[in-house]
Design a binder for this molecule. Sequence first.
Ligand SMILES: Cc1ncc(COP(=O)(O)O)c(C=O)c1O
Length: 403
Amino acid sequence: MNQNLQLLHEYPFGKLKTLLQNLSIETTEPVISLAIGEPQHAPPEAVLNALVADLGHINQYPSTQGSEALRQSIAAWLTQRYQLSDAVVNPESNVLPVVGTREALFAIAQTVVDVTNTQLNSPPLVIMPSPFYQIYEGAAIMAGAEPLYLPCEAANHYLPDLDAVSDSEWNRCQLVYICNPSNPTGVIPPASFYQRLLELADRFDFVVASDECYSEIYYDEHSPPLGLLEVCQSLGRNDFARCLVFNSLSKRSNLAGMRSGFVAGCDKLIAAFLKYRTYHGSAMPLHHQSASVMAWNDEAHVQVNRQLYREKMDRIVPMLQSSLGVEIPAAGFCLWAKTPIDDELFTQKLFSQRQVRVLPGQYLARMIDGHNPGLHYIRMALVQPIEDCVQAAERIVKLVADL
Ligand SMILES: Cc1ncc(COP(=O)(O)O)c(C=O)c1O
């Protein structure tokens, strides 16, 4: 058995299940779950129709590289969304469809990490924010690297502190994951953050993987989040050297079950990733590809989706402001809320007394030097219909008042 499996942590939702089981339930109210970030808004009908209409291709093996039509629609979307120069994103060499970003974020570490190239006689490092999307850590571990966590807290505006990493650690680093906009905090790093990261990437020779799967869920319609490819262009790095972005239709288009995303960036990295994936065997079914083309080509449904989240933020955040000190995040659909008591205990009380399910913040982060940056936080994913979210907020306010 691969010994690295022993190093994997239990997934947060498994821990949550254990935390909540066997509690005595003190209310008859129905359960409202804000724990899992699975969008509940309706997917675009035209995309569903395309999915069904193209089922006839089910007898065919799809190619790992995906159809030209899909790669073209992704390249066009990137070009329009990030105001990139024409032809800077080549659909042939800079874009690869993936079966959701989860598997791609995992697989990229298997492609990039080289355990034979160790510095200072130590395993390679994969650097990531904390709290973080758990796949980054599992990917690093299974690739034989050591995860290095950069705490993201109020004091550092919830951004990883790149200057907290020593030169010897940067020397060992082969891959850095950035979550932009961040799950769970909704923070968008400024261009200066990426510029510094790219200087370091050039100096110490590592790859930057920018997970941008919440890029289309933002509060200010006139201020879409910055993306890494856009930063590359502004720096004249039109070859996107060392850079990859990951995005998907799961949040943008409420198509989590379709498992459709892409990776885009440096052609050498894309070529290596394609080679890896050819053996790994993750190719998107052809009818999913046709439906994805339709989704990437349409922005109207995305604007509607964004507006639904905006309405929820406008209703819920003022309700919770004094109880949990939350503010409207720049992006994403999660609230990262400070709890008046331990986050696990708060989660238990909220479930047993009020039947609202949330995720303890400490499950999304790691303890470093005796401190877990997720401690005393909960993550609430506002994925349910607005009335359910309002009801959940009312119950939370009552719970806090009773504490
Ligand atoms: C930060 C982040 N990245 C990536 C993913 C994976 O999304 P998908 O595989 O559906 O594209 C998620 C899903 O919740 C996420 O929260």
